[in-house]
Design a protein around this ligand. Structure first.
Ligand code: ZN
Length: 317
């Protein structure tokens, strides 16, 4: 049986707002100086990650999910892989946007999932800001302010610093600002409705498409800020912080300084190493972990040990 971690190679995406930090911060071999996104744990057809080790080496995660559902504690025909982990380098600001919920995605886009997302800020420049929410009282009010381009009056900015964590429920207007690098953990969806793109021109000399009507359809009115409540648990050499727990995903920040050995308590875990180095041992085999490693612990793993000095983001359904 396949009792080992499944390491994944990122799928890179060029973006108008992308930069070079995925190379300088993580050492990834990125394809351009405008690389905006690394889809590091992805079974989405628009950018599946490739398996780097073991029996499934060379397959992508979408194939592994479809062909080997038992690895994820599932049965054949259980639907699409529900989660997607990305790293984003916002060398310039991302468009102001919103994502639909699952009901809307199914009905209007014929896609299985909406897109709730959350961000862990890996790094940012001084005075970096995100947009999170709006001040409009109704759809009509929102539309009026969009037409009048009253962006400063309409959108709610928020200062960010390294280590911050934000939850962005479906229907929340948002944008990652210039100079911010995040790990984004989200439902496996690629549906974005753009509200405002700063009138930017692409290399092809065009503006990117906006989707104002769909956006207004799915935006929550009025905006309600959601502050995830964090829970800290220290257990020996592990300092664990539950960053969020909601219906689509639960995410923890783990800081390990020493050695942790534990049974796998979920069907599978998605793990990203965001700082430091160490190793993971499973079934008598050891694997090196370094900043920028991403892997899945499949349900065939009974117990695992992680040692070293490192920080991880750990996600489960
Ligand atoms: Zn988004």
């Amino acid at each position: 049986m396949y009792e080992e971690p499944i390491f994944l190679e990122p799928f890179f995406q060029d973006r108008i707002w992308g930069g070079r930090k995925l190379r300088t911060f993580f050492g990834y071999d990125i394809p351009s100086d405008k690389t905006g996104e690394a889809w590091v744990i992805s079974a989405h057809k628009n950018g599946p990650s490739i398996i780097a080790n073991g029996l499934l080496k060379g397959k992508n995660l979408l194939e592994a999910w479809n062909d080997n559902p038992l690895l994820f504690g599932k049965e054949q025909g259980c639907g699409e892989f529900p989660l997607l982990v990305k790293i984003l380098d916002a060398n310039e600001s991302l468009s102001v946007q919103v994502h639909p919920d699952t009901d809307y995605a199914k009905e209007m886009e014929d896609m299985p999932y909406g897109k709730a997302e959350c961000w862990y800020v890996l790094d940012c420049e001084p005075d970096s800001r995100i947009i999170l929410g709006h001040r409009a009282e109704s759809r009509e009010d929102f539309r009026k302010r969009v037409d009048a381009e009253q962006w400063d009056e309409l959108l709610l900015p928020l200062a960010v610093k390294k280590g911050d964590f934000f939850y962005i429920p479906c229907g929340t207007v948002h944008a990652i600002g210039k100079g911010i690098m995040v790990v984004e953990i989200q439902q496996s969806s690629d549906i974005t409705y753009r509200v405002y793109d700063y009138n930017r021109i692409t290399d092809e000399g065009e503006t990117r498409e906006l989707h104002i009507q769909s956006a207004i359809d799915v935006i929550n009115f009025p905006h309600h800020p959601v502050l995830p409540s964090k829970t800290a648990v220290n257990d020996g050499d592990l300092a664990s912080m539950q960053l969020i727990k909601e219906s689509y995903f639960t995410v923890y920040h783990w800081k390990i300084n020493g050695k942790v050995k534990t049974p796998l308590k979920r069907d599978y875990l998605l793990i990203s190493v965001i700082a430091g180095a160490g190793e993971i041992s499973v079934n008598g085999q050891s694997f090196l972990l370094e900043k920028g490693s991403h892997f899945i612990l499949p349900s065939t793993v009974k117990t695992y040990g992680i040692s070293g000095k490192l920080e991880l983001l750990v996600t489960h359904e």
